[in-house]
Design a protein around this ligand. Structure first.
Ligand SMILES: Nc1nc2c(ncn2[C@@H]2O[C@H](COP(=O)(O)OP(=O)(O)OP(=O)(O)O)[C@@H](O)[C@H]2O)c(=O)[nH]1
Ligand SMILES: [Mg+2]
Length: 440
């Protein structure tokens, strides 16, 4: 879902990236494209206007940070504002809590109640649910069936018409549970009965979380519903269901903005495990086709730490083949170069497509060649003369010329490292990747 929105947003962003100059006209065109894309996806018009005004104002008034082009700056603003639109990641703590589910008929409350029970169960918490839906025929059976499959206790009483009584008794009888999720009734449209009941339930349950369940297919009415529920019980998180469908999804995004809360989970199918935690940065990155910048940064830090690259020694000029091997390994472990580049913001727009392939294959070859070197050669490559080159090449199934190329590459890297100024012990990956792309 959201495929169409994603495509049109990506087109808008690509158009900007392809412009020779990013001036006022280019920003205005981008903003118009974004507006069109969001409105077509059913995002609330008022919200679209707020968002696009904010983007325009920032893009035209803020100075790009040092080292960032105007183009990157504008795209970063688009990214940040969209992340803000979908809200911060709603908090889900793994501690004792009561969760109250709210939403209209058929939005997916009951299914999601069971999915959430499963989620907390997997995290090792004792979970139980209460069926406070006295409206829908067979409501208790539906929830009870889902929960008994995962051995989660389900409290309810199909003969009882008073939902408040059920909640009161349920909380008492389930007092040994750590997480209690309360499923409530839904109606076709917002009715005062429904709202009054949920206010009363909250008065009894004092739920730490009041989560609104919204069907991704819901259009413009979503904002109105969200506002009413928010006024009643102060919604602190939104769960969007049926993300596996073909819905436009914009309505659900409007609901999030209306409650000023974040999306906590996404339902992506009918089975009990089809529930995902929502990550705003990753979501918008994918939507814009920028790749997951945050994931890259974290991954890069982890991998480099694991590779034990002694950056300081390298900057002092002590750079052995072994150091280079560790670096190559670090980069290889991070995944195919292409994937890495697509995780860098806009990296994929500036680097020619075929640069990746040569590079990652070459990297593999170099590692194989180094694997057939001795420890002494790795520590001090200057001992490698032509007879050793022959031997290394044979051992690696490579040609002597390839081994020489590797040695040339090593020398170039060593020179390049000497040129790295600053020396804060940081490994300059971009520079290294550039060498890979154009150096050999
Ligand atoms: N494909 C898909 N179907 C879902 C998802 N979540 C719920 N459904 C389906 O949506 C329908 C309605 O779900 P329920 O959980 O019964 O909805 P509800 O909000 O409890 O409905 P009421 O109790 O009548 O208010 C069911 O057929 C579910 O299987 C989802 O993430 N993906
Ligand atoms: Mg239900």
């Amino acid at each position: 879902m959201l495929d169409r929105l994603g495509t049109s947003l990506k087109d808008a962003v690509k158009k900007l990236a392809g412009k020779t100059v990013v001036d006022r006209a280019a920003v205005e065109e981008l903003v118009r494209d974004l507006q069109r894309a969001l409105i077509q996806a059913d995002v609330n018009v008022r919200l679209v206007m707020q968002l696009s005004e904010a983007i325009k104002k920032r893009a035209l008034e803020e100075q790009p940070p040092k080292g960032m082009t105007v183009r990157e700056h504008v795209l970063r603003i688009v990214y940040q504002e969209l992340v803000r639109l979908v809200g911060s990641a709603g908090e889900v703590k793994l501690e004792p809590q009561v969760i109250l589910m709210a939403g209209l008929q058929g939005s997916g409350k009951t299914t999601t109640t069971a999915k959430l029970a499963r989620y907390f169960q997997r995290k090792g918490l004792r979970v139980a649910v209460i069926c406070a839906d006295t409206f829908r025929p067979g409501a208790f059976d539906q929830l009870n069936t889902l929960c008994s499959r995962i051995h989660v206790p389900c409290f309810g009483n199909p003969g009882e018409k008073d939902a408040l009584k059920i909640v009161r008794e349920g909380l008492k009888s389930l007092s040994s549970a750590e997480v209690i999720i309360i499923d409530t009734q839904g109606r076709h449209a917002l009715e005062s009965d429904l709202i009054r009941e949920i206010i009363d339930i909250q008065a009894i349950a004092s739920a730490q979380h009041r989560w609104l369940v919204i069907d991704a297919a819901l259009g413009q009415q979503a904002a109105e519903q969200a506002r009413k529920f928010h006024e009643a019980i102060s919604i602190d998180g939104v769960i969007i269901t049926k993300m596996d469908g073909t819905a436009k999804g914009g309505g659900a995004l409007s609901a999030v903005a209306e409650t000023r809360s974040g999306i906590v989970f996404i339902g992506s199918g009918e089975t009990i495990d089809d529930l995902e935690r929502f990550d705003p940065d990753g979501f918008i990155s994918r939507l814009l086709g920028m790749g997951d910048l945050k994931a890259l940064v974290e991954k890069a830090e982890e991998t480099l730490a694991a590779a034990e690259v002694d950056v300081n020694a390298m900057l002092r000029g002590k750079f052995s083949l072994r150091d280079m091997y560790n670096q190559l390994e670090a980069v290889t472990r991070m995944g195919p170069l292409k994937q890495i580049m697509s995780m860098l913001p806009l990296g994929n727009m500036e680097i020619p497509e075929d640069a990746y392939d040569i590079t990652s294959t070459k990297m593999q070859r170099y590692r194989i060649i180094m694997d057939s070197m001795t420890a002494a050669e790795m520590d001090d490559p200057s001992v490698i003369g032509s007879s050793r080159i022959q031997r290394i090449a044979r051992g690696a199934g490579a040609s002597p010329e390839e081994v020489r190329e590797l040695l040339r590459y090593y020398k170039m890297m060593k020179r390049a490292l000497k040129g790295v100024r600053g020396g804060q012990g940081r490994f300059n990956m971009q520079r290294m990747l550039k060498k890979f792309g154009g150096g050999t």
